[in-house]
Ligand binder design. Structure first.
Ligand SMILES: [Zn+2]
Length: 232
């Protein structure tokens, strides 16, 4: 088992101390399938469990993509929040519970330090995926809701880097998440934004069309009068 993992050296963005934390080797990862919202399903160990670093010195949870902390944020975290949280060492192999805890803490960190909305949304989406793995649908939906609200806000405020998140991909994921929340009107509206945007990457429009067909089939099964949707 041990060759699945390696120890990655990380420097904490709050306390500046170095530590080692487990990561999975890329070549040991086997993907079985990927859901419409990019949730990967693995045949064995799940590398997503290890994306969040949890500093064993000050307990801050963050990912490699977090922005450097301002002095004010560092002081706010180290003088307040970090004194209050209880967390055991999460630098070794992680259970599902450990992974959930690390992502929950990272989401809180991202909110406290005002990380980019994309980061906050992505963390919420990953927590939803963790619940999906365990078939905890109500919890999954709660975090899908947090994620989609953030993605919509980002889009409305045009507050994201299109190099990292192209417009078409953002419209696609918003439509997809509304579909998973069974908010059919919003699903339709956001896929429609995607399909009518002439600048949208053909790859995302094609993927959106495939998913919209699948959602329309679900709508047809669930609604008595699906014509308004199925005829689109
Ligand atoms: Zn630290």
């Amino acid at each position: 088992m041990t060759e699945l993992f390696y120890d990655k050296s990380v420097t904490c963005i709050a306390c500046g101390q170095a530590f080692k934390t487990k990561r999975m080797r890329v070549n040991s990862v086997r993907i079985e399938k990927v859901d419409g919202d990019f949730c990967p399903h693995y045949t064995a160990e799940n590398p997503l469990y290890y994306d969040v670093n949890v500093c064993p010195h000050c307990k801050l949870a963050f990912t490699d993509n977090f922005s450097p902390l301002s002095l004010a944020n560092k002081e706010r975290l180290t003088q307040g929040y970090l004194h209050k949280i209880q967390v055991h060492d999460l630098c070794g192999e992680r259970t599902w519970q450990d992974a959930l805890r690390s992502y929950e803490l990272a989401l809180v960190t991202s909110q406290l330090v005002n990380e980019k909305m994309l980061m906050q949304a992505n963390l919420a989406l990953r927590i939803a995926w963790l619940y999906r793995y365990e078939h905890r649908s109500a919890d999954e939906q709660r975090f899908l809701r947090i994620a989609v609200d953030l993605y919509v806000k980002m889009y409305q405020e045009q507050n994201y880097d299109t190099e990292v998140m192209p417009d078409a991909k953002l419209m696609y994921i918003i439509a997809e998440l509304f579909g998973r929340l069974k908010e059919w009107n919003k699903t339709k509206v956001w896929f429609s934004h995607l399909f009518t945007d002439q600048t949208a990457d053909a790859k995302w429009r094609a993927r959106g069309r495939d998913r919209w067909l699948e959602f329309k089939a679900m709508i047809k099964e669930e609604t008595e009068d699906p014509d308004g949707y199925a005829g689109t």
